[in-house]
Design a protein around this ligand. Structure first.
Ligand code: C5P
Length: 445
C-alpha cells in the first residue's frame, strides 16, 4: 500500500482514544496516516499522542498559521486517498449531512472529493434519534460509507447500538475502501479507489427500488427492496463523471447529487420510463438493472377499494399475470440496448448457478448475484433493506466473489468494473490517464 494515505478525522467522545490504535494498525498495514482532531476530540486525546502514533504532525485548527503553512485545508482534503472519520460523533454527522463548515474537520469534509468512510460512536438514544437517522440516511445517499456502530454495553452504562465498531473491522473496511487488498505476507497492494473521471462522458441508466403493483386504490403488491444498492450505484457513477438517469420505484431515499431521477410506481411504469430514457438519441453506455421488479401484477385493478365480503374470512379472489421483463426486453432490442447490460439476481439457493442461467436467459453482460437466504453470509433481511451486501459477479468468462462490504463500497467497485468493461470494449483502455488505468486494472483482479 505504498503511497496510500488516510486522513483520520477524530471527533469528540470517549471512543476517541481508540483512534490511536486505528492509526497504529493502519500504519502496520503500510498506509500513511495523518490525524485531524476536532476541538472536542482534544478533550479526550492530545495532538502530541496523535502525532507520535501517526508519525505525522496532527492537525487541529482551521485558523492555525502553522497548520495552514504545513498543508492548507483544501490540499489536506484532496491529498488523501480516503477520509476516515473515527469516531464520528452525532454532531459531526449532522454537520456533514447539512454541509456545515465551521471548523477544520467539517471544512475538510465539505471540500473533499475523496471517498469518505465514517465509524459512528455515540449514546444509543442519540444514534436512534430521528435527527440522526435523517442525517445518516442523507449521508448514505450522498455516497458516504459507514462501518458500525456496534451493539453492546456503552461507557455511559446504557446498552444498544452506538458503540464504535471494532478497530479491526474499521481498519479492514478502510483498507477495502481504499481498494487495497489487505496487505498480507508483506505483499504491497497498490489499488486506488479514486474513481474520479472514470466514467467521464458516459451515459448510464440505473433502475432501483421495488415496484408497487396496485390491487385497488389503497392496496398493492410489493417486495422488501429498499433501493439502497441501486442508489449507491447511481451515486458512484455520477461521482465518476457519468451522466446518470435513475429510474426509481417507490423508496424513502434522497436523490444522489448530479443524478436525474424519474419516479415510477409499477413495473409497467418502469418499463415505459426505461424505454423513454433509452430512446433519447445517443446510445447509453451501460444499463444497470438493480430494481426488484415485481414478477406479477393483478389482471385487473379494482377502481374502488375492495370490500370485505360477508363473513369477512373469505378473501376476494384475484388473478395474477406476468409483468414484462424489462431487462430481457431491452437486451433483445438492438435500438435500445446499451453497450453493457448489468442485471441483478437475488437468490435464496444455488446463487451462482441461477445467476449463470439468468445471464444467458436475459442476454446480459454481467449478473450481480447476492444470497438473500437466511443461510447466506448475512442473515435474512440484512441484504434486502440492509446496508451491507455480499455479491458474486457472474459473466460469460468468470465468476468473482467479492468480500462482504457496505453497499456504497460495492457500488464504487462495480463502477470501476463497468469502466473497465467499457474501456476493453471500445479499445480505449490505453488512452485513459494512468490513474484511471490503474483503477480499472485493479477492478478486474
Ligand atoms: O428474473 P429476476 O427477477 O430474478 O431477474 C432479476 C433481474 O432482472 C434484475 O436485474 C431486475 O432488475 C431485472 N428484471 C426486470 N424486469 C422484470 C424482472 C426482473 O428488469 N420484470
Amino acid at each position: 500500500m505504498a503511497n496510500q494515505q488516510i486522513l483520520l478525522i477524530v471527533s469528540g467522545g470517549i471512543a476517541a482514544y481508540r483512534s490511536l490504535d486505528i492509526a497504529r494498525r493502519l500504519r502496520e498495514r503500510g498506509v500513511a496516516v495523518r490525524m485531524l482532531l476536532t476541538r472536542a476530540a482534544e478533550e479526550f486525546i492530545t495532538p502530541l499522542s496523535a502525532t507520535v502514533l501517526s508519525g505525522q504532525a496532527a492537525m487541529t485548527d482551521l485558523f492555525s498559521p502553522e497548520n495552514e503553512a504545513d498543508i492548507g485545508h483544501i490540499e489536506l482534503s484532496r491529498s488523501a486517498d480516503l477520509l476516515l472519520v473515527a469516531p464520528a460523533s452525532a454532531d459531526l454527522l449532522a454537520k456533514m449531512a447539512n454541509g456545515l463548515a465551521d471548523d477544520l474537520a467539517s471544512t475538510v469534509l465539505l471540500a473533499t472529493d475523496t471517498p469518505v468512510l465514517v465509524a459512528p460512536a455515540m449514546n444509543v438514544r442519540m444514534w436512534e434519534h430521528s435527527a440522526t437517522r435523517r442525517n445518516v440516511n442523507q449521508l448514505r445517499a450522498d455516497g458516504i460509507g459507514f462501518i458500525g456502530p456496534d451493539d453492546g454495553a456503552m461507557a455511559c452504562g446504557e446498552f444498544g447500538p452506538g458503540r464504535l465498531a471494532e478497530v479491526d473491522a474499521i481498519v479492514d473496511a478502510a483498507t477495502s475502501m481504499l481498494g487495497a487488498h489487505v496487505q498480507k505476507d508483506g505483499e504491497p497492494a497498490t489499488k486506488t479507489s479514486d474513481t474520479t473521471d472514470l466514467l467521464d462522458g458516459n451515459k448510464i441508466l440505473v433502475t432501483a427500488g421495488p415496484t408497487h403493483e396496485p390491487i385497488d386504490p389503497v392496496r398493492y403488491i410489493a417486495n422488501r427492496s429498499s433501493g439502497k444498492q441501486g442508489y449507491a450505484i447511481a451515486a458512484a457513477a455520477a461521482r465518476a463523471g457519468a451522466e446518470v438517469t435513475l429510474v426509481s420505484g417507490p423508496t424513502a431515499l434522497a436523490t444522489p447529487p448530479g443524478v436525474r431521477r424519474v419516479d415510477v410506481e409499477s413495473a409497467r411504469d418502469m418499463q415505459a420510463a426505461v424505454v423513454e430514457a433509452l430512446s433519447d438519441g445517443h446510445p447509453f453506455d451501460a444499463g444497470i438493472f438493480a430494481a426488484a421488479v415485481a414478477d406479477w401484477r393483478t389482471a385487473d385493478i379494482a377502481e374502488e377499494k375492495m370490500k370485505k365480503r360477508a363473513g369477512a374470512e373469505v378473501p376476494p379472489p384475484f388473478d395474477l399475470i406476468a409483468n414484462p421483463d424489462i431487462l430481457a426486453e431491452v437486451a433483445r432490442d438492438t435500438a435500445l440496448r446499451p453497450h453493457m447490460l448489468v442485471g441483478f439476481a437475488a437468490e435464496t439457493q444455488d446463487v451462482v448457478a441461477n445467476a449463470e442461467q439468468k445471464l444467458s436467459r436475459k442476454q446480459c453482460d454481467l449478473i450481480v448475484a447476492n444470497d438473500v437466504s437466511s443461510s447466506g453470509a448475512l442473515a435474512e433481511g440484512e441484504v434486502m433493506g440492509g446496508d451491507r451486501n455480499r455479491v458474486h459477479l457472474v459473466s460469460k468468462s468468470a465468476v468473482e466473489t467479492w468480500a462482504e462490504a457496505d453497499k456504497t463500497v460495492i457500488a464504487e467497485r462495480l463502477v470501476e468494473h463497468i469502466a473497465h468493461f467499457l474501456d476493453m470494449r471500445s479499445g480505449k483502455r490505453n488512452s485513459r490517464p494512468a490513474s484511471r488505468q490503474r483503477a480499472t486494472k485493479q477492478a478486474a483482479e
